[in-house]
Design a protein around this ligand. Structure first.
Ligand SMILES: *Cc1c(COP(=O)(O)O)cnc(C)c1O
Length: 507
């Protein structure tokens, strides 16, 4: 009986009956095959095709099946019907093509399976994360008092920012230690400010943290889609007059739709004057730290009391990978717990590092290795050039779109996102028609599998979005894409004829 388990595990002291290299080879081969085969970002399969195929595949047998059969099924049902994010025409979301060093690091991460909650489960990995956090705090411009921790991404990092700020505010204003006593009734007066373009996880976190979404006050934005400082000042004044307690302001360095960067220094000043916790959500824009041309855009990151940076977006790491930073490491005390089996207090006295104290997670991935391998192999110079290339390409693409009368471009790209829409040129158009047309363009291209764009809404109107993360993209490729959208738009206009909303289009 025992023997039949053997080949399924890595063996200390021998070659694990070769299942490890053999199965890894097959997995790598499957991806390599798909890379050769894929000339568009999506198969174009419909939900009606994919769901039953997956359901059928999920009849789980009592006895294991042959490797080749299972791998073939995985290839046909899953790999072929996955969004191929490494294709330059996959341009919908902040969803990056992963760098190959990150993929290789995952192999090591998975096999070592270190858990970075306590030092005894990750003796070297704990220090890799710790030193990487130091490397970043230095680049951010923080003092030696700063600290941070790897997270699963921007959602967790923003949540942690709100959590620390909430606990600190309750201590300062109500002398309540939330960790022990829970939220006091007065917490209903707490208010958080952020721009109307801030990420929805600010509200989601407020909801989860017992403050409620009503605690988040949306500040208007200026014509560059940045938080409008004057409106923030006025809103703070009004809130105080009404007896509310503004305790936190969230700036965004790279909004999800526009890639706009708030004026970090001005907001930092306001936060200091008004004694607000200052959080910066740089999930997207944090990659500018290594940019040669555009690092000036995010000057002031070090002014944040807490800071979110994602590595699975413009740092090109495989999912998941992100970090959360604080200007003053003492602030992690707001969430510290001691578990006797993981991080007993005597460990702290002995100087043992147990990262669980800084995280909302317990078992925690060794994601820092991905960045380590990426930066060691690639160097920060080339990395920075790559980020700059994508931003410059987005700026050039925006110009191309603006030169076409049938497109309306909503933003001057600061990072690499462009929000635009197709506008029919004929006279009897109305907003509903334009909205439906753009929705149809997005849907039709998705279904064709050729071009994956996002749709978004601004001021109640539907827009399309290119998020141009892929450094393999080129201007001539974008010319082709724009031409395709234009032609598809014209075709819809022609076809719609009398039956105004009953069009359909194939791209
Ligand atoms: C993507 C994003 C988030 C959420 O991050 P996840 O990594 O998806 O959890 C938060 N803020 C901004 C600005 C983002 O772009």
């Amino acid at each position: 009986m025992k023997k039949s388990f053997r080949k399924w595990f890595l063996h200390p002291g021998d070659k694990s009956e070769n299942m490890y290299p053999a199965l890894m080879d097959k997995a790598v081969g499957l991806i390599a095959d798909q890379t050769v085969r894929t000339n568009q970002p999506f198969s174009g399969a419909s939900r009606q095709d994919i769901e039953p195929a997956v359901r059928e595949m999920l009849t789980i047998p009592a006895a294991g099946q042959k490797t080749d059969m299972v791998m073939e099924e995985i290839q046909n049902v899953i790999v072929k019907n996955s969004l191929w994010v490494s294709h330059p025409s996959a341009m919908a979301h902040l969803h990056c093509p992963p760098l190959i060093p990150s993929l290789a690091a995952e192999v090591i991460i998975n096999a070592l399976n270190q858990s970075l909650d306590s030092w005894d489960q990750s003796p070297a990995a704990t220090y890799v994360e710790t030193e990487f956090i130091k490397f970043f705090t230095k680049h951010i411009g923080y003092s030696g008092e700063a600290d941070g921790v790897f997270t699963t991404g921007g959602t967790q990092s923003n949540y942690m920012g709100l959590l620390l700020a909430r606990n600190k505010a309750c201590q300062a204003h109500f002398s309540v230690h939330v960790q022990e006593e829970g939220l006091p009734a007065e917490a209903g007066r707490l208010r958080i400010l952020c721009s109307e373009h801030a990420h929805f996880t600010v509200q989601k976190s407020a909801a989860q943290l017992g403050l409620g979404t009503n605690a988040v006050i949306k500040v208007a934005t200026n014509d560059k889609n940045q938080l409008y400082l004057q409106d923030a000042k006025e809103k703070i004044g009004h809130l105080r007059q009404q007896g509310f307690l503004p305790f936190m302001i969230v700036a965004t360095a790279g909004t999800t739709d526009f890639g706009s960067v708030d004026c970090l220094k001005d907001i930092a000043e306001l936060a200091a004057e008004e004694q607000l916790w200052f959080h910066i959500d740089a999930a997207y824009g944090g990659a500018l730290l290594f940019s040669h041309q555009y690092s000036g855009l995010i000057r002031g990151l070090h002014l944040a009391d807490s800071l979110t940076i994602d590595f699975h977006k413009l740092y090109y790491q495989s999912i998941s990978c992100g970090a959360f930073f604080v200007k003053d490491k003492q602030d992690f005390q707001q969430i510290a717990f001691h578990a006797d089996y993981l991080n007993p207090e005597e460990d702290q006295e002995d100087g043992v590092i147990n990262l669980v104290e800084k995280s909302t997670q317990t078992t925690k991935r060794f994601d820092a290795l991905k960045l380590l391998m990426t930066f060691k192999l690639m160097g920060t110079d080339l990395f920075g050039e790559m980020v700059d290339y994508t931003i410059n390409l987005a700026k050039e693409t925006a110009k191309l779109l603006k030169n076409e009368p049938c497109f309306e471009v909503l933003n001057e790209p600061e990072l690499n996102a462009i929000v635009f829409r197709y506008v029919p040129l004929h006279e009897h158009r109305d907003e509903k028609y334009v909205d439906e047309m753009n929705l149809e363009l997005q849907r039709a291209f998705y279904q064709s599998g050729q071009l994956i764009m996002a749709k978004t809404k601004q001021a109640g109107k539907v827009y399309l979005k290119f998020t141009m993360l892929n450094p393999l993209n080129t201007l001539s490729h974008m010319q082709t894409n724009i031409k395709r959208i234009k032609e598809a738009g014209e075709k819809i206009e022609k076809e719609q004829g009398e039956n105004r909303y009953g069009y359909s289009v194939r791209c």
